[in-house]
Write a protein that binds this ligand. Structure first.
Ligand code: TYM
Length: 346
């Protein structure tokens, strides 16, 4: 990899229940990143299904393997082409865990302790009966830093909720380089201008989330069109009538969320949405957004069904991806070991 060369990396948790927020905020960008990477110039887009992150909360081992297949099939159905990008499962590439440990030496405990995601997840777990908060959950952002830094990635496409984790990984890379010499690349986040924070349809002041909020507030990538339309029809709005943005504190978060979703799905700007729905009332607008999203996700759901039916092929795809990923990460780890003076010299 030469200086200034673009390298994209992103990770996604293995759950078959990926929602519209994941799709719009992240998966859509993965496909764009793949399309924009110039293979002939040695650019590469790397996408990882992060099964090692999934073990930090309660889970079922057999189910984890299934969910990895679900997520792999969703990503391919969305447009990732394993021939044109590197698509793999984190647990297959040992460099991630090794680098995670090594980076622990340059990660401040206090930084981990102020991560919003740590605080929220920890609170969520503590409210459950038999609550067990793992040390893994606390260390989660170090593994996330290792994921990206092991490839000397320059760009990380994510939704807005990952901003703080990316800031921390930048800090870890900087601290490593200061202490051990220029070894790691300090990556930039790539957070989309529109759709970086899709909100819950029932509580538009909270982000759409896999774990928080109820079923009716989130729309799944694999959901049937009728279910999608129903959820949009019952989306929470406000007591007004106008389909327009009001800005922060304007009390129109529900409508703004729907406008944003329609902008992404139709590839148009908010002014166009406002003009088209001027005077139409919320009912018609909500129905139109529901139709547009159902239509947008239908081809993904259909391709998914065919891909998911062949788990052996998905395994072959992941194995081939892991081989490519390991070839990229191994030399970086060798440099890191050397810089840190651990293990036998090369
Ligand atoms: P995960 O699987 O929770 O989420 C995957 C991606 O979806 C984005 N996202 C959203 N975007 C817009 N609106 C929403 N409501 C919304 N909810 C989620 C997330 O920002 C994310 O980009 N920690 C990561 C996984 C990870 C990772 C990495 C990411 C592991 N290692 C290295 C980047 C680089 C996560 O929890 O993803």
């Amino acid at each position: 990899m030469s200086a200034g060369q673009r390298r994209i990396f992103s990770g996604i948790q293995p759950t078959g229940r990926k929602h519209l927020g994941n799709y719009i905020g992240a998966i859509r960008q993965y496909v764009e990143g793949q399309e924009a990477s110039d293979e002939t110039a040695g650019e590469v887009a790397i996408y990882c299904i992060v099964d090692l992150h999934a073990v930090t909360v309660a889970y079922d081992p057999a189910e984890l393997r299934e969910r990895v297949h679900d997520t792999t099939a969703i990503l391919i159905a969305a447009g990732l082409d394993p021939e044109r990008c590197v698509l793999f499962r984190q647990g297959d590439v040992r460099e991630h865990t090794e680098l995670c440990w090594l980076l622990g030496g340059v990660t401040a405990w206090g930084d981990l302790n102020r991560m919003h995601q740590w605080k929220t997840k920890r609170e969520q777990i503590e409210q459950q009966t038999g609550a067990f908060v793992s040390a893994g959950l606390f260390n989660y952002p170090i593994l996330q830093a290792a994921d990206v830094l092991a490839y000397r990635a320059t760009e990380v496409p994510v939704g807005d909720d990952q901003r703080q984790h990316i800031e921390l990984m930048r800090e870890i890379a900087r601290r490593f380089n200061e202490r051990f010499g220029e070894t790691l690349v300090v990556p930039e986040h790539r957070i989309p201008g529109v759709g970086a924070r899709i909100m819950d349809l029932q509580d538009p002041t909270s982000k759409m989330s896999t774990t928080a909020g109820g079923e009716s507030g989130r729309v799944y990538v694999l959901e049937e069109p009728d279910g999608i339309r129903k959820k949009f029809r019952s989306a929470v709005t406000d007591s007004g009538r106008e389909v327009r943005r009001a800005g922060p504190g304007g009390g129109k978060e529900g409508i703004e969320n729907l406008i944003e979703i329609l902008c992404v799905v139709r590839g148009i700007g908010p002014e166009q949405v406002e003009a088209e729905f001027e005077g139409s009332g919320y009912g018609d607008f909500k129905a139109a957004v529901g139709d547009a999203v159902a239509e947008y996700l239908a081809p993904v759901r259909e391709r998914y069904a065919a891909l998911r039916a062949d788990p052996a092929e998905l395994e072959r795809t992941l194995a081939a991806g892991a081989e490519k990923a390991a070839a990229l990460a191994a030399p970086v780890l060798a440099d890191v070991r050397d810089a840190m003076g651990v293990a036998a010299p090369r």
